[in-house]
Design a protein around this ligand. Structure first.
Ligand code: TMP
Length: 210
């Protein structure tokens, strides 16, 4: 069976993931490979419906454990209906956030137990694990300022306070350190083109020839 390549983008708020995914899509498209762009929470109709529950409303709307369960319900639907079929076709899948965001936001940020999240990863992800995770790193206050400039109604997590967001950054750095074969840390304080060049060079080196 064909096996595609699964790339996830991670990081705090306002790190530029969405912009970088679009840039990478353009570069990968020119190689003739099928590229699928998707996001979490969301990416399938069912998961997008769950996303609406997660990213809108009051900061304390859900407990960290409930949030984790909702994220994993959305993730399972997304895997079954979008990610696994695309990988089976041989596509390159670019996903804006995935399981590391749950470890960081609900785990390190919110205090959901790491064993609980680990058990869900084992039970729900199956064999669908990222081949490469690009972590866009920048100070929390810089990212929040960028995200605030963007506006919009999906600001529930942005409203969680400075201490929460500092814990996220530390969590992503710890994930990068713990899993160096999968994760690459990219300095996202630099301009868009420089970050894009770093992203492309890592992807090229890991993906190999078409
Ligand atoms: P986005 O702004 O990158 O589209 O992501 C939506 C929000 O959802 C963002 O604030 C991070 C949050 N999130 C989690 O808290 N846990 C998760 O597992 C995922 C995928 C996202």
């Amino acid at each position: 069976m064909a096996r595609g390549f699964f790339i996830t983008f991670e990081g705090g708020e306002g790190a530029g993931k969405t912009t970088q995914i679009r840039r990478l899509e353009a570069r990968l498209g020119a190689t003739g490979r099928e590229v699928v762009i998707t996001r979490e929470p969301g990416g399938s109709p069912g998961a997008e419906a769950i996303r609406a529950l997660l990213v809108t409303g009051d900061a304390e709307r859900w407990s960290p454990m409930t949030e984790t369960l909702l994220m994993y319900a959305a993730r399972r639907d997304h895997i079954e209906r979008v990610i696994a079929p695309a990988l089976a076709r041989g596509a390159v899948v670019l996903c804006d956030r995935f399981a590391d965001s749950t470890r960081a936001y609900q785990g390190a940020g919110g205090g959901a137990p790491a064993e609980f999240i680990g058990a869900l990863e084992a039970a729900v992800l199956g064999g669908v694990r990222p081949d490469l995770t690009l972590i866009l790193d920048l100070p929390a206050d810089m990212g929040l300022a960028r995200a605030a400039g963007r506006g919009g109604s999906e600001a529930r997590f942005e409203s969680k306070g400075a201490a929460f967001h500092s814990r996220l950054r530390a969590a992503f750095l710890a994930i990068a350190e713990a899993e160096p074969d999968r994760c690459v840390l990219i300095d996202a304080t630099r301009d868009e083109a420089t970050v894009g060049a770093a992203v492309w060079s890592w992807v090229k080196s890991r993906l190999g020839p078409p």
